[in-house]
Design a binder for this molecule. Sequence first.
Ligand code: GDD
Ligand code: MN
Length: 380
Amino acid sequence: MSIGPTTTTSAIQQPVSYHPPQLAVIVPSYNERDNIELLYEKVALALSGTPWEMIVVDDDSPDGTADLVNELSRVYANIRCLRRFGRRGLASACVEGMAVTSAPYVAVIDGDLQHDETILPVMLEKAVAGADLVVGSRFAEGGSAGNGLSATRLSGSNFANKLAGMIAGQAVSDPMSGFFLIRREAALKAAPKLASDGFKILIDLIVTSARMGTPLKTAEVGYTFRQRHAGESKMSPLVVIQYLGLWLSKLTGGALPPSFLLFGLVGGTGVVVHLLTLGLFTSVLAQGFVVSQIAATLIAMTWNFFLNNNLTYSDRKLRGKRLITGLLSFFAICALGGVANISVASAIYAWDQQTFVAGLAGAVMSSVFNYAVTRAFTWK
Ligand code: GDD
Ligand code: MN
């Protein structure tokens, strides 16, 4: 195989004045229709003189962001849209955008104009000079959180930064930044090991690369965080809990995946729901124990299913008909998990007569079983 014109392909013409991109600007997007054109124009202005391209990774936004980007592609040669169906997720959107460019450097920027695109050339310069990663930072010299964040968001952001500092293994002033530039090879090396289901890809890239024995040489450029131009933020309490899952997972050295920790957390709330329902049925509704226990089990399982669907597996949420088949498969698998629980617990109890040890072993056994099997079948 040869790269470049051969005798048979020499008739193929390059598009007029084609320059392979030096930098790909990845824009994860969900409902950013009213922002993307202005963003493109601003980035084009900032990067004039550098061959670059913009890749918008859109999760089939209902507002038609993808259609707009496709229209822009008919006007400008260096913008295109990667449209994903039935999926959600900022982190995986960034990784997939990085995977479809040939540019040696990739930058990630929000679609809502909160990040200052005019520092992109400086970021690129630092990367060309040898940094693997250049973070656009609100907290480095020359940076400011501006009025882009509410007071609650700012204190939440500070707390998240502290947590991140504990796992980062190097000093980064803004580990929560959604604005950074990285050598494509370095990012793709870590990509298969990243948690796909989070908002926080930067800290994941830093920690994962270090853990793979190739820590990222990092530089920073300060900028002032702006207010969102049009539309709404997708930040939510769920995103915060997902971040805590990622953080705990990194703290365990990655031994426990974030989705397992979230699944366990959901299971914990399910126990509370179970006990409350049991109490309600036996006392308030004056039902017998067996009926109450059956009702409580069904309600707690349903609760767990919906919470997992929205939190643990928000990136592959089941909807419509699949919600029903998913719920039924979840019931069936958890029932098997219950059998596994009781068999393991009885076997251990028969061996050492320790109620607590046997009970705990059974519970751990069924949690792992339910997690692994529902992940493979219910949320495949
Ligand atoms: N493809 C895709 N899929 N894109 C998404 C999704 C998703 O599920 N969720 C959000 N996005 C896109 C948004 O459209 C936007 O372009 C970008 O990701 C950031 O989302 P925002 O909703 O604007 O997040 P934010 O402003 O609240 O948070 C930003 O600032 C934080 C710093 O305070 C993000 O950059 C965070 O990563 C950053 O920590
Ligand atoms: Mn934003």
